[in-house]
Ligand binder design. Structure first.
Ligand SMILES: Cc1ncc(COP(=O)(O)O)c(C=O)c1O
Length: 393
């Protein structure tokens, strides 16, 4: 199987698994206890905290381990909603957020918070003038903002630095869902003054079910999960030592790859060049100048993505239609709608996700499989092939 769904999740690197195993065996002690084994676990968690902090340019004390990306975003957003209060507090976000941001914000809207969702252009980037106008409207009564660093469906990198500067200038707190960005492109909270940032280990070859909420030192915060007071009382619950150690190792390896400028960009480029060059009617979607190096979002004129997925699975290629959460649903995703895709284009789009483990041979073999699958589907459907190759901006 050629795995091209790295935006959904990535496999553990062998070094990560090796780092975790001792903490699932003899290192099982509760890190809050007083004896030697527990102290060892505390030390390992401390080291992992330093490694994750180094990856994003934070102080270790600003790192709060959580049960994954969704928990991190919920912790930040639910606290911010409480902090600003629904009487005057406005929520400003984008129209293309992941469901782990969209859904909590929907619940705020249900109980009366005014919510503004700034749109995106055809390339999937935030429309800054809409975002700015929404922030200006919130200046008086206060509020908070949440803008993702990179989109999970298209891989399009958002203008977070500009958005953060606007939010700050209007006196609004800023959270970013950096779950698709961290470990893949440089993310540094020393250079970009976000208040809160969410990240998740399994998107960069760490384990599932462990993430981080970065909370800038000096920002007020009250916990969503209360109990034994772990994580400096910011997220209670006995620590997942093995998961946290795995996250730390994955962070260390990701930092080394970033320093060496190792990324799957060349592999993706070879894949796209072959698909676009040898298959008619292919559109490469998303802003080509601002994309994660490992994401390719393509539309195949006249082909149903659902059919392509089945044929590709038969040919040994795992990829996805839009976001993983939308798989199986026939409606265009909210991201595709926000980008102005027609229904037909949305239904003919696939997402391919490459990671540092994807080889050039795999990418080229996958492109060959795509070619076969498209040809077969077009034969069966008897549909048109779309006349030209089009790149959207
Ligand atoms: C942009 C984005 N935000 C949030 C999440 C949720 O993260 P997790 O799977 O760790 O809960 C994902 C994962 O699909 C994502 O891609």
């Amino acid at each position: 199987m050629i795995y091209l769904d790295a935006n959904a999740t990535t496999p553990l690197l062998p070094e990560v698994l090796d780092a975790m195993l001792p903490w699932l065996r003899e290192g099982f002690h509760n890190p809050s206890a007083s004896y030697g084994g527990a102290k060892e676990a505390r030390r390992a968690i401390g080291e992992a905290r330093e490694k994750v902090a180094a990856l994003v340019g934070a102080d270790p004390d600003e790192i709060v381990f959580t049960g994954g990306g969704t928990e991190s975003t919920n912790m930040a957003l639910k606290w911010l909603a409480r902090l600003v209060g629904r009487k005057t507090g406005k929520v400003v976000t984008s129209a293309i957020e992941h469901s782990s941001v969209l859904r909590p914000i929907e619940t705020f809207a249900d109980v009366g918070y005014p919510v503004a969702r700034a749109g995106v252009d055809g390339g999937g980037r935030l429309r800054m003038e809409e975002f700015q106008a929404a922030c200006e409207a919130a200046r008086e009564g206060g509020g908070f903002t949440s803008v993702m660093w990179a989109n999970n469906e298209t891989g399009v990198i958002q203008p977070v630095a500009e958005a953060c500067a606007i939010a700050k200038e209007c006196g609004l707190a800023f959270h970013t869902d950096a779950i698709q960005a961290v470990g893949k492109i440089p993310v540094n909270v020393r250079e970009l003054p976000v208040d809160f940032l969410s990240l998740s280990a399994h998107k960069f070859h760490g384990p599932k079910g462990v993430g981080v909420l970065y909370i800038r030192s000096g920002c007020r915060f009250e916990p969503m999960v209360r109990g034994g007071g772990q994580e400096q009382d910011r997220r209670s619950g006995t620590e997942n030592t093995a998961g946290i150690v795995g996250l730390g190792k994955a962070a260390e390896l990701a930092l080394a790859r970033l320093a060496a400028k190792e990324h799957p960009g060349a592999v993706r480029a070879a894949f796209e060049a072959k698909v676009v060059g040898e298959v008619e009617g292919v559109t490469v979607n998303g802003d080509l100048l601002h994309r994660l190096p490992g994401t390719s979002h393509l539309s195949f004129g006249g082909c149903e993505a659902a059919g392509l997925l089945i044929l590709l699975d038969d040919l040994g290629v795992a990829c996805s239609a839009g976001s993983a959460c939308m798989t199986g649903k026939q409606q265009p995703s909210h991201v595709q709608k926000a980008m102005g895709f027609s229904d037909a284009k949305a239904k003919s789009s696939l997402r391919f996700g490459f990671s540092c483990l994807t080889t050039m041979d795999e990418a080229l073999a996958a492109a060959e499989a795509v070619k076969k699958a498209v040809a077969k589907l077009r034969r069966v459907q008897g549909g048109s092939t779309g006349p030209v190759v089009v790149y959207s901006a």
